[in-house]
Design a protein around this ligand. Structure first.
Ligand SMILES: N[C@@H](CCC(=O)N[C@@H](CS)C(=O)NCC(=O)O)C(=O)O
Length: 218
């Protein structure tokens, strides 16, 4: 197989980077990771070497370049069919793709008021009425997935899937901002947080030398 490189940003802050990184790890892929720290004078030029869109994550696979987290996890599902990054069966698969699209396109209040920050604990911060609506929608969605599709394991569709990769940064936000979860959602969050790959990402985030004042000022 051609060489795989995933270009990402700070592990402490970059929720979009975590998603395809986790999918790659859970697929058992061998890949090189390139971290470009955000908010430095050279950031834009470094990202431009990899993608004309000016954002990370970017996946390079030989001559192929894929950007946008959702497109990357789709590509990974094709590249690693044995990893079953989409659940089996058209109904579960359609549902998984739908909630991934909902995540990719939406939850703006949650994303902007509860920014990802793996090195902080800020219980109660950022909880506007709009954010509460996002939390209610996401936890209802998780409960629904677990009840309808989750029988084969602890994740949204039983075994780990791209849906878990897309919602992993929401799990970390609920940790950072101390969102109380019911037993079902707590068990799901714990399953995600307990993944060795998630623990490795947290450890790397803790060891990063960069601090971005804008993301610390929530
Ligand atoms: N819709 C994109 C969002 C990517 C994005 O916003 N990435 C941020 C980092 S988390 C970025 O590259 N920002 C560039 C910058 O701030 O210079 C995706 O799903 O991949």
């Amino acid at each position: 197989m051609d060489k795989l490189t995933l270009v990402i940003a700070n592990k402490a802050y970059s929720s979009w980077s975590l998603r395809p990184w986790l999918a790659l790890k859970l697929a058992g892929a061998v890949f090189e990771e390139v971290v470009i720290p955000l908010r430095l004078p050279e950031t834009a030029a470094l990202i431009a070497r990899w993608s004309p869109a000016g954002k990370v994550p970017v996946l390079r696979h030989g001559a192929v370049t894929v950007w946008e987290s959702i497109a990357i996890v789709e590509y990974l599902a094709e590249l690693f069919p044995e990893a079953h990054l989409w659940p089996a069966g058209p109904v579960a698969r359609a549902h998984a793709r739908t909630i991934c699209a909902e995540m990719h396109a939406g939850f703006v209040p949650l994303r902007s008021n509860m920014t990802m920050n793996l090195r902080r604990r800020l219980p109660g911060r950022g909880r506007s009425a709009e954010v509460e609506k996002d939390i209610a929608r996401i936890t209802a969605m998780w409960r629904d997935c677990r009840a309808r599709f989750g029988h084969g394991g602890p994740f949204l569709f039983g075994a780990f899937s791209n849906a878990d990769a897309m919602y992993a940064p929401v799990v970390t936000r609920f940790e950072t901002y101390g969102v109380d979860l019911d037993a079902e959602c707590r068990a799901y969050a714990d399953a995600v947080l307990g993944l060795p790959a998630m623990q490795a990402w947290y450890a790397d985030a803790a060891a990063e030398p960069w601090t971005i004042a804008e993301y610390e000022a929530v």
